[in-house]
Write a protein that binds this ligand. Structure first.
Ligand SMILES: Nc1ncnc2c1ncn2[C@@H]1O[C@H](COP(=O)(O)OP(=O)(O)OP(=O)(O)O)[C@@H](O)[C@H]1O
Ligand SMILES: [Mg+2]
Length: 531
């Protein structure tokens, strides 16, 4: 009996048909159990997302299973069956080095082999040199998954998945691997105050409502969205007058800059004076603006008198232009003091979240735009719950979307990168997601979002649709140029976890807890004190 070589033992089938990016493989008939024993390990055959090898000349092509079918047919009065799988040809190994894409194609009858754990080392050899691993490969539990962190952080990325799929934990886990470096610079826009718990060291926590984000940092576009109601019949007048008065006020307050000032220069001015002037114009009987600012003033005063907006409209610390540098130092810690800045947005009123995000993102972008050593200190901006403010739907303000779109398009040149996190990717601006070079896709159950994500990464991850709903908690599909090939990774759990853990309803209901202090709830509610 002929001795079986290692390749004979690894063989699982032959190619029947080839297109430009896929091949159809018929499985060898003795593999009806759909598994193969090799070197003491059992490898499943035909599972979506598993890998196979196809030697062609001096190269070995790497394929990923994207479809699996069983065919039944009659022969000599008996029902027989065979299995077929479609594989996507995703890369090739030449002289021991893995490359994405395929230039030589197999022909019919080319044998196909299973990929063993040890073969993976070749695919990872280039990526392993960074020593940056985010978790274990789901299909090879003993193998760690290595990614290229320069590409991952540097070219915009998105983390998407249904609520509870593990996005925040994934982000915390990944960032915990870089927080110890001396010059890491990450700004997290944290909508629910989750991340503070995950970064007890090397981070600074800023509660936006305590920090103050003075109104004078807003661009005129942002101001318009906050104060002008576009459906008001006098909206155009409101915009023109507001622009003129704000510009005048800025010039008056900052005479030394009067030749370079624009309407968007972030310098202090007296907003109360602008308001009084508008009121005077509105009540000037013979003037052109008589009675045109009634509703505008009511809306303006509602915001100015609401204590929830004090952090913006009634600043106490930042009441002169020179304080701008102080604020930027606090936010971006340019002296390497804080590696991760957590901006707690949980206390920001819902109708102004959009403006605040726009402002924060723009400040980060402009900070590096005007920084001559920007290449030395790149900033990663993390947008949590991005569907809330980066959506394309027409309701609500669009300032944040426009700002982040600009960063998505130009940020790379100025060392500003975005990490978009969302449970509703189909709601997010196409311009932003299409600029992302890497995706971490977690369990996704909504069909609209599934379709959307499949369209985004279809050519690199065929068969993705069937996988999306079945991913485990904390399991992510990495697609993009930071991974040698599309990878299914069980993420390392974050340590410590962000404050986002699932609440165990059943356990909580079973156990008698302390009586709820309703008086305390009311007090916090009235005082807007989040816990
Ligand atoms: N890698 C992991 N291993 C094990 N469990 C995990 C992992 N990642 C997340 N989990 C668990 O999943 C739960 C939800 O995680 P997380 O808060 O990150 O979800 P999410 O996708 O951010 O949800 P939401 O969209 O509602 O913010 C947590 O209880 C966490 O313990
Ligand atoms: Mg979350």
């Amino acid at each position: 009996m002929a001795v079986k070589t290692i390749w004979d033992q690894k063989r699982i089938g032959v190619i029947r048909k080839v297109t430009t990016s896929t091949a159809t493989v018929t499985l060898d008939s003795q593999l009806a159990s759909l598994s193969l024993q090799l070197n003491g390990k059992t490898y499943p055959i035909g599972q979506i997302g598993t890998y196979v090898l196809v030697p062609v000349g001096r190269q070995v092509l790497l394929g990923m299973v994207s479809e699996f079918k069983k065919f039944e047919f009659g022969e000599n009065g008996k029902t027989k069956s065979h299995y077929e799988m479609i594989i996507s040809l995703i890369g090739s190994v030449k002289n021991g080095i893995f490359e994405r894409g395929v230039s030589t194609f197999p022909t019919a009858e080319t044998p196909v082999y299973i990929l063993e754990e040890k073969d993976l080392a070749i695919a990872f050899s280039v990526f392993q040199r960074f020593g940056f691993s985010t978790g274990r490969l789901s299909l090879f539990e003993n193998e760690r998954a290595y990614i290229d962190p320069n590409r991952f952080f540097g070219k915009h990325l998105a983390v998407i998945g249904s609520s509870g799929s593990g996005k925040s934990c994934t982000v915390a886990s990944i960032l915990q691997k870089v927080v110890g470096f001396p010059d890491t610079k990450v700004v997290i826009l944290d909508m629910h105050n989750e991340y503070q718990a995950a970064f007890p060291k090397n981070s600074q926590y800023l509660n936006i409502t305590e920090l103050e984000l003075p109104f004078w940092l807003m661009t005129f576009q942002e101001m318009t969205e906050v104060f002008v109601n576009s459906s008001d019949e006098h909206a155009a007048t409101h915009i023109t007058v507001l622009k003129e008065l704000v510009f005048q006020a800025k010039r008056l307050q900052n005479p030394e800059l009067k030749n370079v000032l624009t309407i968007d220069t972030p310098v202090y001015y007296d907003f109360e004076k602008v308001r009084s002037r508008i009121e005077a114009l509105d009540s000037e009987k013979s003037g052109p603006f008589y009675g045109k600012f009634g509703r505008f003033l009511v809306q303006l005063d509602t915001k100015l008198n609401d204590p929830r907006y004090d952090f913006m409209f009634k600043p106490r610390l930042y009441i002169h232009s020179a304080s701008f540098a102080e604020l930027l130092t606090k936010m971006f810690g340019p002296n390497g003091a804080s590696k991760i800045t957590i901006m707690d947005m949980s206390g920001v009123p819902f109708d102004i979240v959009n403006t605040v995000v726009s402002l924060m993102a723009r400040l980060a972008f402009d900070f590096n735009f005007w920084n001559i050593s920007r290449r030395e200190c790149p900033i990663l901006l993390v947008f949590e719950e991005a569907h809330n403010y980066l959506s394309t739907s027409s309701d609500g303000t669009q300032a944040a979307r426009r700002t982040v779109e600009r960063i998505a398009k130009e940020g790379r040149k100025y060392g500003v990168s975005c990490m978009i996190i969302s449970q509703r990717p189909s709601d997010i601006s196409d311009t932003i997601l299409s600029q992302c070079n890497n995706f971490v896709v977690m369990r996704l159950t909504n069909p609209m979002d599934q379709n959307y994500v499949c369209r985004l990464v279809a050519d690199t991850y065929p068969g993705l649709e069937s996988l999306l709903p079945s991913l485990r908690q904390g399991e992510g599909l990495f697609v993009g140029d930071a991974v040698p090939m599309p990878l299914r990774i069980q993420m390392d759990p974050p340590d410590p976890e962000p404050a986002s853990a699932d609440i165990q309803f059943f356990d909580k209901w079973k156990r008698k807890s302390e009586p709820t202090n309703v008086g305390e709830i009311v007090r916090r509610w009235w005082n807007q004190e989040r816990c």
